[in-house]
Write a protein that binds this ligand. Structure first.
Ligand SMILES: [Zn+2]
Length: 190
């Protein structure tokens, strides 16, 4: 998948890492206990795609020459690394999401997400195009352990998903997007 003698992704693989949900971009860690969570539900993100996401992200990070413990460059005027769309993190993460979507045949959306049908909140959702399902991810916190959990999102009685997303637009401004759709052969339709 990656064949590049110039750049090396350095990642520590551990399990039940305090405060880490899946991966830590700055400190270059993968939490294997979190990776296993993705395979407990056979839809949406897979464990292997979660690992590849983290490895691709670290490979991209290595190209900037950013040391372990650093988040790399971002425009501090825009707030944090998430607000600056051109931050090293956001660009590396976007590349990782592309690879992950390719492995799982999914479409990932991230942000503060609310399932308007159930009132439940998620930190991301996946349209699983192979299985024609929508899967939400929450972050469970127990003490210092942060663990992802997957839930299949249900439609209303008419077959519609109804999802609201609070996120940042391309200029770093907060925006709310509401998507009400049905799924047909893994594709959203009105
Ligand atoms: Zn990422």
């Amino acid at each position: 998948m990656i064949n590049d003698p110039e750049n090396i992704a350095k990642v520590t693989i551990d399990k039940d890492v305090p405060y880490v949900n899946t991966g830590d971009y700055i400190n270059q860690i993968i939490d294997l206990a979190d990776i296993y969570e993705y395979d407990k539900v056979p839809y949406g993100m897979s464990g292997i795609a979660a690992i590849m996401h983290e490895i691709v992200e670290q490979y991209e990070k290595s190209k900037h020459g950013t040391p372990i413990g650093s988040a790399g460059r971002w425009d501090k005027n825009q707030g944090g690394i998430l607000q600056d769309e051109n931050s090293d993190f956001n660009k590396d993460h976007a590349n990782a999401v592309k690879v992950q979507n390719k492995i799982d045949n999914t479409d990932r959306t991230q942000g503060d997400i609310i399932d308007i049908n159930s009132g439940r909140k998620y930190i991301m959702f996946y349209i699983d195009q192979t299985n024609n399902k929508v899967v939400g991810i929450t972050e469970q916190k127990k003490g210092n352990q942060f663990t992802p959990q997957k839930t299949e999102i249900k439609t209303d009685k008419d077959g519609y998903y109804d999802l609201g997303v609070n996120r940042f637009d391309d200029r770093g401004n907060p925006q709310f997007i509401r998507a009400r759709f049905k799924l047909k052969n893994g594709k959203p339709i009105k």
